[in-house]
Structures are given as structure tokens and as C-alpha cells.
Design a protein around this ligand. Structure first.
Ligand code: PLP
Length: 386
């Protein structure tokens, strides 16, 4: 009898897992075989070979990831950047044009601002706060629009319904990086985005021990991205697939704990006299708080803030905290703290950062699974010296 799997927590455990279980094993074994016996596939993409992302470990993850966002199909990739690159090269060709949110993860911004133009693809950065201004940027060759659910590192939340409406009216492919929300807080494919991307390195895996990416969306688009990825060689190794599948099983409990801790920490920081600004969509002071309340099931585990003393105070804070580790990345069990200007957004010029609203002293905190009161006390002590 088929399993009754409806809720997202049940999907995290059971969706996509082999039926019947292989030798009764509850954890899908790792199929560490680069190639598989030929079984008469009609074309190259049907051969079983790790680079073609189609071992049983990949198949299980694809079905699980699609189920989480209620998407028609999904695909894992060797990193979040591999997912983003494969999607861009699928959707855009030389002579094409992309509209993209101004404030984005630094690696994505670099790819869009520097690498795509060198391939003959034009990119215009748009103010997501002002949907009326998007029309003026539209061209005959515009193919797609790209946003982040909660932007890295300012936690801005675009008007996502307006993005979908604009895409549909103008026959654009709507693409969203849903990394910061994770499918627990927002299911972008179900909401109507054609393609939803993740750095699975972050919340989906959640243990700071692999690099991986994911793409979910319509069957038609995901299968085109799959073929592109097969050729550019962005497959995920089966051992990393196993770790991602294991990490996914606890996604809901991890993210809900992180939502709660980050909300408490954001409120603590907002009250602190050394802190001049806190960016967290769960705060009433956040410009997109009402939108976030309407669209998200939780506000996420990442926040950013600025200190009265700017860069020097931020550096003192980073040197003084004892529970968070000063390291890039986010979404894992460890609380991480860092300055985007010298890490995730170091690839942007100072002017580009200033235009996107990222100050040099901005601090980003990704809240992990430590005891929340320990984190608050540690920040309190560290802030008294900064
Ligand atoms: N998207 C976002 C929002 C990110 O923060 C990152 C990395 O920090 C990426 C994509 C790239 O992911 P990866 O490091 O897995 O390639």
C-alpha cells in the first residue's frame, strides 16, 4: 500500500525514498559507482553515469526536492553556483537580456554583472521596491527576471506576487533563489515561480559539511537545465547526495528552531544601544514586515546589523564573540558571524556594495542550533567591548 505522505515533515523523511527499501535499509545506500550497466537507453542522457546526475541517490533526491516545493520536477547540482550557472546558461543565450534584483548574493552578482555580459548576455539591475520602474527596463530580448526571496545580506523581500504577475504578462521566465527561506518558510515553485534555486549547502543540508545546489520547477524547464548541467559537468557526488538526503530529514525542526532563535536575537539587538540598525523581516521595523508575514511561514535564521562604531566596532565584535564562529556561509547547525564586505560580497566593488545598500561595517549573523540564551548572553558581553 502506498505511504500516506501529505505534510512537509513526512515528505522530508519519506518522499523519493526507494520502494521497496533496498535490503530493508532505512537509509538509502550510497551508490558509489561512476557508471552502470547499459540497459538499452535510447539517448545519451538516459545512460546511467554520475555526471548525468542519475544514480539511485540522485533520483531519490530529485523526487524529494520536487515534493518539498510542490514542483513538477527538481534537480541537484554540485553547488548553489552550479545551479545558478546552469539555469542562466539554459534560459539565456548571446543576445538575450535578464532583469535582476540589485542586492544579491555576491557570487551571483559577479556572475550576472561580469561573466554573463562577456558571453553576450545583457543584464539590467532593477529596484525591486519599485515595480512601476521595471517596465522601462524591458526590451524585446528580455527573457527572464531573477530575485532572491530574502536577499543576501540585507534580508529585503521583493514583492514576489508582482514579480510573477510581471513575468506572466511579459512572457518572462521567473527565477528565484529561495536559499534563505528554504521550503519550510516559502515554497517558491508552488507560489508560481518557474524556477526555484537553492544553495543546498545552506539550510537544505544544514550541517556545514557539503557543498550542493538544487533547482525545482516545471518539468519542461528542469529537464532543459538537466541537459545543460550534464554537459557543463555540475553533478553532485553520490556521497554528498547521501549527506544531503540525511540533512533534509531534519530540515523542518532545524529551520523552525532557527526562525525562533533569530527572532529573539533580532529583538535583543534592536534594543541594544550600540546597534544602529537590524535587518530582519520578523521585526515590525523591517520595511517588508507585512509582506513577509503574508507570504512566509517563518522569517528565517539570518539577520544583519550595523553598529554605532562602524567597521572597527564590527571587527571588535567578531573578535570577541565566543559561541558564533567567524566564517562565511549560513543555514547550518553552527552560528556563523561575518562581515559581508570582506567575505560573501568581497567580489563586488565598494561602489557596487554602496549602491546595493551594503555598508562596510554590516555584520551578518546566521543563527545555528545552539541554546538561544547562550547566543544572546555572548553577544551582550561582546557588544559591551565594541
Ligand atoms: N545563493 C545564495 C543566497 C547564497 O548565499 C550562496 C552562497 O553563499 C549561493 C547562492 C551559492 O551557493 P554555493 O556556495 O553552494 O555555491
Amino acid at each position: 500500500m502506498a505511504r500516506l505522505i501529505k505534510g512537509i515533515e513526512s515528505k522530508l523523511i519519506h518522499a523519493g525514498e526507494p520502494e521497496p527499501l533496498i535490503a530493508g535499509a532505512l537509509s538509502t545506500p550510497i551508490f558509489q559507482s561512476s557508471t552502470f550497466e547499459y540497459s538499452g537507453g535510447a539517448n545519451y542522457h538516459q545512460l546511467r553515469y554520475i555526471r548525468l546526475n542519475n544514480t539511485p541517490n540522485h533520483d531519490a533526491l530529485h523526487a524529494k526536492l520536487a515534493a518539498l516545493e510542490n514542483a513538477e520536477a527538481a534537480l541537484v547540482c554540485s553547488s548553489g553556483m552550479a545551479a545558478i550557472t546552469a539555469v542562466m546558461l539554459t534560459v539565456l543565450a548571446p543576445g538575450g537580456h535578464l532583469l535582476a534584483q540589485e542586492c544579491l548574493y555576491g557570487g551571483t552578482h559577479h556572475l550576472l554583472a561580469r561573466d554573463l555580459p562577456s558571453l553576450g548576455i545583457e543584464v539590467d539591475f532593477i529596484n525591486v521596491e519599485d515595480p512601476d520602474s521595471w517596465r522601462a527596463r524591458l526590451r524585446g530580448n528580455t527573457r527572464a527576471i531573477y530575485v532572491e526571496t530574502l536577499s543576501n545580506p540585507l534580508l529585503q523581500m521583493p514583492d514576489l506576487a508582482a514579480v510573477i504577475d510581471f513575468s506572466r504578462r511579459n512572457r518572462l521566465i521567473s527565477i528565484i533563489d529561495n536559499t534563505f527561506a528554504s521550503p519550510i518558510n516559502f515554497r517558491a515553485a508552488e507560489f508560481g515561480f518557474d524556477l526555484s534555486l537553492h544553495s543546498a549547502t545552506k539550510y537544505l543540508n544544514g550541517h556545514d559539511d557539503i557543498v550542493a545546489g538544487a533547482v525545482a520547477g516545471t518539468e519542461e524547464l528542469v529537464s532543459k537545465v538537466r541537459r545543460k548541467l550534464n554537459l557543463i559537468g555540475g553533478a553532485l557526488d553520490p556521497h554528498a547526495c547521501f549527506l544531503l538526503d540525511r540533512g533534509l530529514k531534519t530540515l523542518a525542526v532545524r529551520v523552525r528552531h532557527q526562525n525562533e532563535s533569530a527572532s529573539k536575537i533580532a529583538r535583543f539587538l534592536e534594543q541594544h544601544r550600540a546597534v544602529t540598525r537590524v535587518n530582519y523581516p520578523g521585526l515590525e521595523s523591517h520595511p517588508h514586515h507585512l509582506r513577509a508575514c503574508e507570504l512566509l511561514d517563518g522569517f528565517g535564521g539570518v539577520l544583519s546589523f550595523e553598529l554605532e562604531g562602524g567597521v572597527e566596532a564590527a571587527e571588535r565584535l567578531l573578535a570577541s564573540v565566543t559561541v558564533p564562529t567567524c566564517a562565511p556561509s549560513l543555514g547550518g547547525v553552527h552560528t556563523l558571524i561575518m562581515r559581508p564586505a570582506v567575505t560573501s560580497h568581497a567580489g563586488m566593488s565598494r561602489e557596487e556594495r554602496a549602491r546595493a545598500g551594503i555598508s562596510e561595517g554590516l555584520v551578518r549573523l546566521s543563527v545555528g542550533l545552539e541554546t538561544c540564551e547562550d547566543l544572546i548572553e555572548d553577544l551582550k558581553i561582546a557588544l559591551s567591548s565594541s
